[in-house]
Ligand binder design. Structure first.
Ligand code: NDP
Length: 283
């Protein structure tokens, strides 16, 4: 029977500490502020942005939302980011993805000032992560690393298999795990004989967005299972990539969905906003 990694509880503890740090900053005259840009009306994005706003409120971080029409021109999106870069009252800037496909998201991420890039998507910050230098680490991989730390799961010499190679989860996770001395394998939709890699994993991290895809025949006995997937069914239920009930007895640790990686992602975003306010404060 696996031990459940309680992301909800851990995230709450992190938020409480961040609230204290936020109060300290305010006492020094710094009012932490996050600006969030959303383009269009993507339903899931609206839920994510609402959650981020709620958690900002809880911690005492000011939240400023920029809702842009889906037909906005690239030039105007870039000009808004430049304006926010120059605004000294704003410490963190986040561009909620996805954005309409006619817009160039890479140019937008590259325009966000590296000092305000609380999502860690600016190429400079991505590069710093590769070099194992202090930087803003993108929030989902960062949250997963904090979970390992909290549950004393040492990655040294472990075989970590990551499913999914997106820029926001899979790719930064490679570096995070490598920086902790793991041997990392990354799989994607073109990977042949996927089970060969999942069965070899001491730690399996799935971020593919396929409901209950991982079953007990795909994992090693005693493996640590991290489920990043958020899959919404038509009846509103949320499931992960892992068939939790099926895998539970074979794993040593497992993250649930909901209540696992999700709350940690938001907590680490808040961590990055507070970090952006003062380079002197430890994170
Ligand atoms: P993307 O759609 O950007 O990437 C999905 C990745 O999974 C791709 O690399 C794709 O391969 C790979 N993939 C798809 N099907 C398979 C398969 N059958 N076998 C192996 N690999 C496969 O997704 P994201 O990274 O943005 O998100 C992944 C999941 O994580 C989603 O469910 C999302 O909602 C969730 N998520 C959760 C967060 C949280 O806080 N809990 C935060 C961010 C995301 P290829 O590259 O070849 O197409």
């Amino acid at each position: 029977m696996a031990e459940i990694i309680n992301g909800k509880k851990l995230a709450k503890e992190i938020r409480e500490k961040l609230k204290d740090k936020c109060d300290e900053l305010k006492a020094e005259g710094i009012k932490p502020k996050l600006a969030v840009i959303m383009v269009g009306n993507d339903k899931a994005s609206q839920i994510y942005v609402r959650n981020k706003s709620r958690v900002c409120d809880e911690i005492g971080i000011e939240f400023e939302e920029y809702l842009l029409d889906e037909n906005i021109r690239q030039k105007d999106l870039i000009n808004l980011i430049i304006k926010l870069n120059k605004d000294n009252t704003i410490h963190g800037i986040l561009l909620q993805s996805p954005i309409p496909s006619n817009l160039d998201i890479n140019e937008a991420f590259q325009t966000i000032s590296p000092e305000k890039d609380v999502d860690g998507f600016n190429p400079l910050n991505v590069g710093k992560l590769c070099l194992n230098q202090d930087t803003f680490i993108s929030c989902t991989p960062y949250g997963i690393m904090k979970m390992f730390e909290a549950y004393n799961i040492d990655l040294t010499g472990k075989n970590v298999t990551i499913l999914g190679r997106s820029n926001i989860v899979g790719k930064p996770l490679i570096q995070c795990c490598l920086n902790k001395n793991a041997t990392v394998t990354i799989c994607h939709s073109k990977t042949k004989d996927l089970s060969k890699y999942t069965q070899n994993a001491d730690i399996l991290i799935s971020a593919i967005g396929k409901s209950k895809f991982i079953t007990d025949n795909m994992i090693k006995t005693g493996a640590v299972i991290v489920d990043v997937g958020i899959n919404r069914s038509s009846d509103g239920n949320i499931t992960g990539d892992v068939d939790f009930e099926n895998v539970y007895n074979k794993a040593s640790y497992i993250t649930p969905v909901p209540g696992g990686v999700g709350p940690m992602t938001i907590a680490m975003l808040m961590n990055n906003v507070i970090k952006a306010c003062s380079s002197k404060m430890n994170n």
